[in-house]
Design a protein around this ligand. Structure first.
Ligand code: ATP
Length: 310
């Protein structure tokens, strides 16, 4: 796969506090790569270092075809975490201004602006001033501004925050189609369901350090243990004593049993006691959301998370 961005051993401190250390990943042409982590993990700090908004104390950032440390702004689109456009400027004017900043031809920019305004249900808003837009509409305009110049690499810091479900869906579809057209996409998020539906690879940061890096499929098959959900009246203590059960949650006649990493499901099922009350039973892998919660609350010890470091 063609590499567009390489981040190597990035480290950054504020005063005496190490905020991120040893952050390394690549972003490839045509892929959606997600940087994940709980609040304060260091996602925005990582992105701001890539964008040259701040400088790393250690490590390097390399864009394909450019000297180390050079940020080729005309090749990159960026949606910052802090939203905000000039308030008393008309929508079309601001989009053309962003295109001009990236040396993108005005005629093509106008065509693309009209195309995307229509796509994002903002047709006819070209002459509306930004301050008259709702928050979600403003976010759509800012997203369009970040892609108006056909960037090779698109960096989106929390693109879904503050959007309603319909707009989230629109953003998701657009991000996917940009990747399909070859744009390399790096996004940060803590909305795991959206990431799970959208990203190809992920890099999870916790307390400024890597805990997981890999394809979504690898992460799920290597890291997402099985859980067994049973509808029936059973006592939690007894369920927790079953072999292969890490922990059990019981709530209103539904028990969720989290199984050990190496559980062989057919064998485990065949060894269940015959007197358990089972009205319904299902086996699933835990979701990315549950992996994330496990890490964020330190339920999955660092040793376990390290098992799939790549
Ligand atoms: N300019 C700064 N000066 C001092 N500390 C900072 C600065 N910027 C960020 N930090 C600290 O660095 C840590 C990581 O912040 P960062 O914004 O990168 O996290 P994040 O993963 O993006 O979090 P969130 O999901 O809440 O946006 C936090 O503890 C934050 O307080």
């Amino acid at each position: 796969m063609e590499r567009v961005l390489r981040v190597e051993n990035l480290g950054k401190s504020f005063k005496d506090r190490q905020i991120i250390s040893d952050i390394s990943f690549d972003v490839h042409k045509g892929e959606i790569m997600a940087v994940l982590g709980p609040n304060g993990a260091g996602k925005s700090t990582t992105i701001r270092n890539i964008m040259g908004i701040m400088y790393p104390d250690e490590g390097s950032i390399n864009f394909r075809g450019f000297d180390k440390g050079t940020v080729p702004r005309h090749k990159i689109g960026y949606l910052p975490e802090e939203r905000g456009l000039y308030k008393n400027v008309k929508v079309m004017d601001i989009l053309l201004y962003f295109a001009e900043l990236k040396d993108y031809p005005a005629k093509k920019a106008r065509e693309r602006a009209l195309h995307y305004l229509k796509k994002f249900d903002l047709e006819g808003k070209e002459k509306t001033s930004v301050e008259e837009l709702s928050k979600g509409m403003g976010q759509k305009v800012q997203f369009i501004a970040s892609i108006i110049h056909e960037p090779e690499l698109l960096i989106l810091d929390e693109p879904f925050s503050g959007l309603d479900p319909v707009s989230q869906e629109l953003f998701k579809e657009e991000i996917r189609s940009l990747a399909d057209e070859g744009t390399a996409i790096l996004l940060s998020s803590h909305q795991m369901n959206l990431v799970e539906e959208l990203c190809d690879r992920l890099y999870m940061i916790h307390r400024g350090k890597k805990v997981i890096y890999g394809t979504l499929d690898d992460v799920k098959s290597e890291y997402a243990n099985f859980k067994c959900t049973i509808r029936g009246t059973n006592v939690r203590k007894r369920l927790e004593q079953l072999s292969g059960v890490q922990r059990a949650e019981v709530d209103e006649g539904v028990s969720v049993l989290h199984l050990d990493r190496d559980t062989h499901v057919p064998t485990w099922l065949s060894e269940l006691p015959v007197d358990l009350d089972i009205q319904e039973l299902s086996i699933d892998r835990i979701s990315l959301h549950e992996i994330f919660i496990g890490i964020a609350t330190d339920r999955l010890g660092e040793k376990e998370a390290d098992l799939i470091e790549k």
